[in-house]
Design a protein around this ligand. Structure first.
Ligand code: KIV
Ligand code: NA
Length: 277
C-alpha cells in the first residue's frame, strides 16, 4: 500500500471516506496496525497508563515515549506515524516545543506530532509547524490537564464550555494544524463544529460526524482492567486470554505436562557415550 500522506488524508475527508486511527506502543502493536490497514497510528502518551503503569499521563517522559515510538516506527510502513508530546515537554516555550518535536522526528521517525489544548498550545503548534513538522491538535478532554478540567470526564457540556472547545479547535486549524482530535465532547457539539472544520477531525467519544475515529489499542483489544470510558468499544478480551495462557503454562510446569519430547533436543548416541566417558 502507498504510504499515508497529509494530502491523502485531505482526500479522504473530502470524499467522506472515514479515517482510521489507532494507538500503538511497540513493535507488535505496530505490525498489527500495519497489517490491519489503518490510516494513522498514534503513539499516545496514554502509553503512560496502558503500557508503563503510571496512574495518569502526566509522569511519562519524552525519553520513555521516544523508545516506544522508535519501536513502532520499526513495525510500520504505510500508516502516518504521529508522536504525542508528553506533559511538560512543550508548554514552557516555543523553543522547548520545537526541540521536543524535532526529537520525535529525528530520533523516533515520526511524520507528525500531537499536542493538547488551546491557549498557549496554539502558539506552540504554530512554532512547530514553522519548523517544518506537521502538528495534530487535541481538544475537549485533554488528559494532561484533566485535573483542571475536573477529571476524566466529557467536556463542552455547557454552552460556555462548548464555545471554548470550538474556539480552541478553530484556533488550532488557523495555526495550520493538519488535523485535530475531538475527545469526549457531546456528539451534538461535534455536529455543530464539523461544517467549520476544513482539516480532518479525528474523534474519540465525539460521535459519528467526525472525519475519522481513534481508539487506544489496549482499550479496543481489552488488554486493560475495567471497562473503560463510555466511548470504548471492545473487540477482544486479550488480557483475559493472556492470563489463561500464562496460567495454563504455570499449571503445565507444575504438573510436569511441559516440556514433552517434542520440545527437547537430541544428541547422537555415540557423542552421548563419549560424553559419559
Ligand atoms: O494518548 C492517547 O492515546 C491519545 C488518543 C486517545 C487521542 O491522545
Ligand atoms: Na494523548
Amino acid at each position: 500500500a502507498l504510504p499515508m500522506s497529509l494530502p491523502r488524508l485531505m482526500d479522504k475527508k473530502e470524499s467522506g471516506e472515514p479515517i482510521v486511527m489507532v494507538t500503538a506502543y511497540d513493535y507488535p502493536s505496530a505490525v498489527a496496525a500495519e497489517q490491519a490497514g489503518v490510516d494513522m497510528v498514534l503513539v499516545g502518551d496514554s502509553a503512560a497508563m496502558v503500557v508503563l503503569g503510571y496512574p495518569s499521563t502526566v509522569p511519562v517522559s519524552t525519553d520513555e515515549l521516544i523508545i516506544l515510538t522508535a519501536a513502532v516506527r520499526r513495525g510500520l510502513k504505510t500508516p502516518l506515524l504521529v508522536g504525542d508530546l508528553p506533559f511538560g515537554s512543550y508548554e514552557a516555550s516555543d523553543e522547548q516545543a520545537v526541540a521536543t518535536a524535532q526529537r520525535f522526528v529525528k530520533e523516533a521517525g515520526c511524520d507528525a506530532v500531537k499536542l493538547e489544548g488551546g491557549g498557549t498550545s496554539v502558539q506552540r503548534a504554530q512554532a512547530i509547524i514553522n519548523a517544518g513538522i506537521p502538528v495534530m491538535g487535541h481538544v475537549g478532554l485533554t488528559p494532561q490537564t484533566a485535573t483542571s478540567l475536573g477529571g476524566y470526564r466529557a467536556q463542552g457540556r455547557t454552552a460556555g464550555r462548548a464555545l471554548q472547545v470550538a474556539r480552541d479547535a478553530l484556533a488550532l486549524q488557523d495555526a495550520g494544524c493538519f488535523s485535530v482530535v475531538f475527545e469526549a465532547i457531546p456528539s451534538a457539539v461535534a455536529d455543530e463544529l464539523m461544517p467549520r472544520m476544513e482539516i480532518p477531525v479525528i474523534g474519540i467519544g465525539a460521535g459519528a460526524a467526525t472525519d475519522g475515529q481513534v481508539l487506544v489499542f489496549h482499550d479496543l483489544l481489552g488488554i486493560r482492567e475495567g471497562t473503560g470510558a463510555r466511548f470504548v468499544k471492545r473487540y477482544a478480551s486479550l488480557l483475559d486470554e493472556m492470563i489463561v495462557g500464562v496460567a495454563q503454562y504455570a499449571d503445565d510446569v507444575r504438573t510436569k505436562a511441559y516440556p514433552q519430547a517434542e520440545h527437547t533436543y537430541s544428541i547422537d548416541p555415540g557423542e552421548l557415550a563419549d560424553f559419559r566417558g
